[in-house]
Every structure is written in C-alpha cells, then in structure tokens.
Ligand binder design. Structure first.
Ligand code: PMP
Length: 455
C-alpha cells in the first residue's frame, strides 16, 4: 500500500491533470472555520469549499444527522420510494422560499444537474426551446449548464458544440457592458434590459424563448449583486412575453447574502429556483423548486436519477436548516458582514493603497474585492468620474494579476481564499457562523497580503 508520506505525490500523479488546485498536501480534517493537512499546515477557510460549508466544516449536528441516517436508510432511489428526510426537507424549505408559489420540489445531486433539470422543465412547461443566460454567468460543467456558462472559456474549450438554443445578454456589471467602472447600477441595468429587448426582437422571438436564467449575485463571474431594478425588469419582460424566470441561487442561497435567498431583496418571484451548495453543507444535494401548477403537467418518469434526493444528503440538509435557525445564522451574517465591509472599505480608502482597490461589493458574506488592472488604468479607469472613484490617481501603475497574487499571499499566510472569473476579483465566502475573532484575523491576513503585493 502507498505509504502515508507518499500519498500526496501518488495522488498528484494519478488524479487527472484537468483538476486545478490552490494548495498542496492532503486535507485530513475540517472543523468549524479551519482545515488541516497531512503536511502540518492549517488554514482559516474563507472558501468554504466554494460556498458550501456555510455552517463550517463537520458541524456536529449535521454530521450526526447524516450518521444516524446512515444507520437507518442510505438509499431508496426516489422513483422507488419517498423517504422521510426527502419529505421533511420539503417541510423545512417551504416556509423560507422566496415566494409562496414555490411549492414543488425535485432534489438532485449537484448544481449543474439542477440547472439542467430547470432548463428541461422550462422547455416542458412552455413547449419552447431557447434559453437566455448572462455574460459572465456560471451555471455548471455539464453540457447544458456549460452552454449557459459564460464566465471563462476554460470550462468549455475544446469540447464544443454545447447545448444549442442559448443566447446571452450583459449582466449589469461594467465589464460586461464595456462601460467605465463608475457607471451607476441603474445605467448598467437599463443597458442590459435594452439588450434583452433587442435580443427578443432580433435573435430569439418570445415565441421561441422558454426561459431566462440569472444569478441574483453574479458568482464566478465577479461577485456582483444584481441591482433590484434589473431583476424586476427581467420579471416584467418575462411576464409580458410568457417567458419563465429561472433564478440560480446555487451559490447565493441559504443565508449567504444575509437573507435566505438573495432574490428576496428585489421582491421578484422566480418561476423556477435552483438551489445547492449551502443546502447540504457539503453533503451532495441540489434542488429545483417550481409550482405544483406547472409540475402537475409533467409525466411521471420524465424526471429522475439514481442518487437524486439521497436519504443521507436530505437528512443532513434538514439538520443544516435546523442549525441555521437555532444558531441565528442570519444575524451572524449581518454582524460579520458589517465588520468585513468596514475592514475592506478601510483598505480601499487607505491613501497608500487607494488607486489599487477599485471596488468592494457584495451582500452578506458573499463579498468581492476588485483590483484595478494595468488595462484598466489605460482604458476604462480614465473615465472614472463618480465620487466612488474620484480620488483614484490615474497615473499610478497597477500591478498585473493582483487578485491571484494577493490570494497566493493569503494562502501562504494561512488563509484559503479564491479569485473569480477573468477579472481581478477576490471573493470572500467565509463560513456563515464565522466568529468575530476569525473574521478579524481573515481581514488582517488579507490587508497584509494586499500591502505586500503593491509594495
Ligand atoms: N450555479 C451556480 C451559480 C454556481 O455557483 C455553481 C457552482 N459554482 C453551479 C451552478 C454548478 O454547481 P455544481 O458545481 O454543484 O455542479
């Protein structure tokens, strides 16, 4: 057998090179906000396994619920029988849905599968084919989800053709509209909605368009919250044209943004809601929620999947939901979010760093920091006019690859953190129950890292 000290190199040799990684060594333990490796390293985890372990690693109540379920029933296969955790999970989720009409549930394993199921349902419900997604969007890695994903070419390079019938409009993020960074959210929203109107009259007629899919906070594409008026505008256009609105809350759902779901801020009703990640705190489970009035038209057997709605994952998700209420998670998110924003804005306006941090944005504990890049100083940055950026000095040279260099420094200093997309953005996704002390520590590591990189 492979000696413990050789396990990592054995893994590196035999695990597909198609997987990238930000750390070395074998992760052996996760507890609360920390992860531990066989090489003796330990990290404060501000990635949460990409927005998954909101309650921290191995939350005892969640792990116990899963272990208990393991001793009772691991797998029923949902086309053979419903099991209790499946139904209990629905009981827990119904009251927190962002709209009371969302009352029909289908559980899957991953976000990508749930996105695919949402597309499938939208086509079945409307009898129409085309789907519109956002530039910069991330919806997953399977062929349909990959077709909707428009954040980086790496995900689909060399594997085209993808699912046909996909169109796109800009997300209200200045990069996607090639506008200056200071452009107001109402201008960006108006532009994106105008592009949508054009798309519907020039490329995909409403009679051919089944759905629009949108992340209420653009995730992999840069951690950009959608202005409420943008989501409201999408809702109006969908209503006028008999198009369904699919809200992808895979990353933003389950208290991540300070409310159960990010879409709540806009008051917009999703026709189909896609959930995953925080739902199971690490146990593989995703879901598609819609209206019984729509799903009652589906033929039994048209949905399914061997592991869909696995009993252990459902039992874990029930416990996650209970713990989130017991631990007043929404309050902790708000308190820690205020501390995080205040620390990041303090850095942004620090005169010695001032031109380098272009934007601090987000909701709750889904927060992005965008650095200025060399191309920005010569291009859009020169247009910056709002008070937000007025004290930027356009003559200062911005270091290249700031985000990845800062992230690397943070990791060296003991904190796991991720970048996003093709822009210079670092994303903060700390545990939702992170302590005040650990938040302070994370902010200090980040500040030190930024200072060292710009030095
Ligand atoms: N939608 C969004 C918004 C996501 O952030 C992700 C994953 N990052 C997915 C879908 C795909 O989920 P999964 O990786 O579980 O397939």
């Amino acid at each position: 057998s492979v000696a413990p000290e050789d396990l990592y190199s054995f893994g590196v040799k035999h695990v597909t090179k198609g997987l990238g990684r930000i750390t070395e060594g074998i992760m052996t333990k996760g507890e609360g906000s920390y992860v531990y490796y066989d090489n003796g390293k330990q990290y404060l985890d501000f990635t949460c396994g990409i927005g998954v372990t909101g309650l921290g690693h191995a939350h005892p109540k969640v792990s116990k619920a899963a272990a208990d379920q393991c001793m009772n029933l691991v797998h029923s296969q949902c086309s053979i029988a419903l099991h209790e955790p499946y139904v209990r999970l629905i009981e827990r989720l119904l009251p927190i849905m962002p709209h009371p009409s969302l009352d029909s549930f289908f559980f899957w394993n991953s976000g990508s599968e749930a996105v695919e199921a949402a597309v499938k349902m939208a086509r079945q419900f409307t009898g129409k084919q085309n789907i519109i997604s956002m530039q910069g969007a991330y919806h997953g890695r399977t062929f349909g989800a990959m077709a909707l994903t428009k954040s980086k070419t790496i995900y689909s390079a060399g594997v085209h053709p993808l699912m046909p019938g996909v169109f796109s409009i800009p997300y209200p993020y200045w990069h996607q509209s090639n506008m200056p960074p200071s452009t107001s959210s109402s201008v960006l929203s108006a532009n994106a909605l105008y592009q949508l109107e054009l798309l519907l009259s020039q490329q995909t007629a409403p009679a051919d368009t089944a759905a629009i899919i949108v992340e209420p906070v653009l995730g992999e594409g840069g951690y950009v919250p959608a202005p409420p008026e943008f989501l409201q505008g999408l809702r109006d256009i969908c209503d006028k044209n008999n198009i369904l609105l699919i809200i992808d809350e895979v990353q933003s759902g389950f208290a991540r943004t300070g409310s159960w779901f990010a879409v709540e801020e806009s008051g917009v009703k999703p026709d189909i809601l896609v959930i995953a990640k925080g739902l199971g705190n690490g146990f593989p489970i995703s879901g598609v929620v819609s209206r019984t009035e729509l799903t009652d038209t589906l033929k039994p057997g048209s949905m399914g999947g061997t592991y869909a709605g696995n009993a252990v994952s459902c039992a874990a998700a029930v416990a996650v939901n209970d713990v989130m209420r017991e631990e007043n998670i929404l309050e902790n998110v708000q308190a820690r979010s205020n501390e995080l924003f205040s620390a990041l804005n303090h850095l942004k306006y620090d005169p010695s760093l001032n031109p380098h941090i272009l934007d601090v944005r987000g909701r709750g504990l889904m927060v992005g920091v965008e650095f200025a890049s060399p191309s920005i100083s010569s291009h859009s940055h020169a247009h910056a006019t709002s008070s937000k950026n007025s004290n930027h000095n356009n003559d200062v040279k911005h270091p290249a690859n700031m985000a990845s260099r800062v992230a690397k420094k943070c990791i060296e200093k003991g904190m796991l953190i991720l970048t996003t997309s093709v822009y210079e953005v670092i994303r903060f996704i700390p545990p939702l129950n992170v302590s005040k002390e650990d938040m302070k520590k994370g902010c200090a590591i980040f500040a030190e890292s930024v200072r060292e990189v710009v030095k």
